[in-house]
Design a binder for this molecule. Structure first.
Ligand code: GLN
Length: 389
């Protein structure tokens, strides 16, 4: 048999999603893949029940149902502080995963370079390979996860086509400040580079930090492809509703890519989700409050157990420092953690370009009882995991 594509030989399956399977295998409390174990808002679910009896079972318009795009445009115009046109500036995708891939395929040619901050959400590596682009990694340096402006400019000097910006950032929880974004914006302008954002945690940001939409920076609208989704904001990760927002000339191309990749996102789910898009500001304030409480519960628990950890400014991920256990392989550590302690985590190495094995990533998008159960189990971690000599 002839060999399969070289393109796909360059990466493995997702370690994040693999860890969910490993957690399930051992009956571990799964804090690996980031998704909630609590319900979406009941208004959305009630609407979903009605929708099953209405006429939403065939394809919607390929770039998104009209009323979904209109509701999304109204919501994003409100938060992004600019009028978004529902017809020419939005494509609705199957999750932000497709949004990012469609953005990459719309912008890059094989061989083009793309700047990626490290640590990074693992899809970006696969996205660049699948679109034939070549990543240039720029470190976000722990513990603050700040970048060195000279290192970033050195990357821009390599004539990249785009930079990928995950803000708030998965896995390190960084929320880029206005000043940091302005440095990126100035470089993007100076070196004529597109900016592809992943802003799926736009509504999960902790006081006193604030989310700044990159597309809203001076002169950045024209070169920014904003990707996000409803997954985290409305606790519907399985619905796969994402979107791209960009100027019409870019959106025309994204529409074509999306049309042939997936045709469209699920029509009944788009219709039901309109209910969520129409929520008032109090919904987003409550979401932020709920996650702030969960963050406090989990961080306090980790402090009590004296487990060293990062403190996220946004999103819902924490990196635990496991260097005291002396493991060379954080993947092996995560397997032992799931099997012997009963907590699922993601090896930090799957997010870093640098040879890094001292972190594992956990998340706190879980019911308080789930988080307390995970903390109870972590209390035995030092008894159950032997230190490697
Ligand atoms: N973004 C989530 C994570 O980092 C999950 C994404 C996914 O599996 N599609 O865990």
């Amino acid at each position: 048999m002839k060999e399969l594509s070289k393109r796909t030989a360059g990466f493995t399956d997702s370690v994040i999603r693999r860890m969910t399977r490993i957690s399930n295998k051992y009956g571990a409390v799964n804090l690996s893949q980031g998704f909630p174990d609590f319900d979406p808002p009941k208004e959305i679910l009630s609407r979903l029940a009605e929708v099953t009896k209405e006429d939403f079972h065939q394809y919607s318009i390929t770039w998104g149902a009209q009323n979904f795009r209109e509701a999304l445009a109204a919501k994003q115009s409100h938060f992004m502080g600019r009028k978004i046109d529902p017809d020419s500036e939005i494509v609705v995708t199957c999750g932000s995963t497709e949004a990012m891939m469609a953005a990459m395929m719309s912008v890059t040619n094989p061989g083009d370079k793309v700047i990626v901050f490290s640590p990074f959400y693992e899809n970006y590596g696969a996205d660049t390979i699948l679109s034939g682009a070549e990543p240039i990694y720029v470190p976000l340096i722990p513990p603050e996860f700040s970048f060195d402006t000279d290192a970033l400019e050195a990357a821009f000097r390599q004539n990249p086509k785009a930079i990928i910006l995950c803000n708030p950032s998965n896995p390190c929880g960084k929320v880029f400040t206005y000043d940091e974004l302005k440095i990126i914006a100035d470089l993007a302008e100076k070196y004529d580079t597109f900016v592809i954002t992943d802003e799926v945690y736009e509504h999960i940001v902790y006081e006193p930090f604030k989310h700044v939409y990159f597309a809203g920076l001076p002169n950045m609208w024209e070169r920014t492809i904003s990707c996000s989704s409803l997954s985290k904001t409305y606790s519907v990760t399985g619905w796969r509703l994402g979107y791209v927002i960009a100027p019409p000339v870019i959106i025309d191309t994204v529409k074509k890519v999306h049309d042939f990749l997936t045709v469209g996102a699920a029509a009944p789910l788009q219709e039901a989700a309109v209910t969520g898009l129409n929520f008032g500001d109090d919904y987003y304030a409550n979401l932020q409050k709920k996650y702030s409480e969960k963050r406090k519960l989990f961080l306090d628990g980790l402090d009590t157990l004296d487990i060293p950890h990062t403190v996220p400014q946004g999103a819902y991920y924490i990196l635990l420092d496991i260097s005291e256990f002396g493991y060379d392989s954080d993947l092996e550590f995560c397997e032992v953690l799931a099997r012997d302690v009963g907590v699922g985590a993601v090896p930090g190495s799957s997010f870093f370009k640098e040879p890094e094995n001292r972190y594992v990533r956990v998340h706190f998008a879980k019911k308080n009882e789930t988080l307390n159960e995970a903390l109870n189990r972590l209390a035995d971690m030092r008894k159950k995991i032997a230190v490697k000599k």
